[in-house]
Design a protein around this ligand. Structure first.
Ligand code: DGL
Length: 268
């Protein structure tokens, strides 16, 4: 039997020893919530286990070697829980896997960068910006994946190391965050058709990206990612789907941050 957190009246469960899920989803931190939101829209009846590796956030500043080790550990952790499918919610981990190869996992993995490329292809854009962590941009995975799928595409990748710490600190609104997003966007070409969120933390800053970029289309790869998860699992019926939230960091701070973000961004 699952047990809930009785200390707080927020709608999630946290018992690391007894909870599992059909879908395993992980990120370095709170960015995973933006993928979870899309998964919930497509698959409201499926149990989800969301793991936030906040003991190691931000991933974007780590070496490729460290990131590969963390990716292996996170896949193994979800495999141990017996999940049926792993829905990646961390671009940085996908970038490392694209560069060095996917580590073994028993459960099939749905790759977020492939989903991003599919989203761009479907929308028909040809002049694309990607904002992502320093590690993701350094790996060059977005450019390679997009160019492989879409001949003749123009891709500019811009690192945004300041943004993940702001989101993890709960600073998704306010002048400091708006200025940080504007600074990142100032490095993008002026004739951009669309910007891809190459990090799952960034959709939480959508209002600032809109403010900085005006009419540029903003692409959240999580929409296609969730659709691919639904295609993989097929129709599921049932009643009491649960979402289990786990962190390798401070549990109380994690719960508070999730609750705060849920209040700020309805639909999370
Ligand atoms: N949200 C993650 C991503 O999509 C990682 C951010 C970080 O920890 O630097 O890349």
């Amino acid at each position: 039997m699952r047990s809930g957190n009785t200390r707080r009246s927020i709608p999630f469960r946290t018992n690391p020893l007894s909870d599992s899920g059909v879908i395993g989803l992980f990120d370095s931190g709170l960015g995973g919530l933006t993928v979870l939101r899309r998964v919930r829209e497509r698959l409201p009846l499926v149990d989800v286990l969301f793991f936030a590796d906040q003991a190691h956030v931000p991933y974007g500043d780590r070496t490729h070697e460290e990131l590969l080790r963390l990716l292996r550990a996170n896949l193994a952790r979800l495999d141990e829980r017996g999940v049926e499918v792993i829905v990646m919610a961390c671009n940085t981990s996908c970038a490392i896997a694209e560069r060095y190869g996917w580590p073994y996992s028993r459960a099939p993995v749905i790759d977020l960068i492939e989903s991003a490329a599919l989203a761009v292809e479907r929308a028909g854009f040809r002049r694309i910006g990607v904002v992502a962590t320093a590690a993701t941009v350094g790996a060059g995975s977005y450019g390679r994946t997009l160019r492989k799928r879409i001949a003749g595409i123009d891709v500019v990748e811009v690192p945004a190391p300041a943004l993940v710490p702001l989101v993890e600190a709960g600073m998704v609104t306010g002048a400091q965050t708006r200025a940080a997003v504007a600074e990142v966007c100032s490095h993008l070409p002026l004739d951009l058709e669309a910007l891809v969120y190459g990090c799952t933390h960034y959709p939480l800053l959508e209002e600032h990206f809109h403010a900085a970029l005006g009419g540029v289309a903003l692409i959240d790869p999580a929409v296609v990612q969730a659709q691919r998860a639904a295609d993989t699992l097929g129709d599921r019926t049932g009643g009491d789907a649960t979402t289990t939230y786990l962190t390798s960091g401070d549990e109380g701070a994690f719960h508070d941050a999730v609750a705060r973000l849920m209040a700020l961004a309805p639909g999370l």
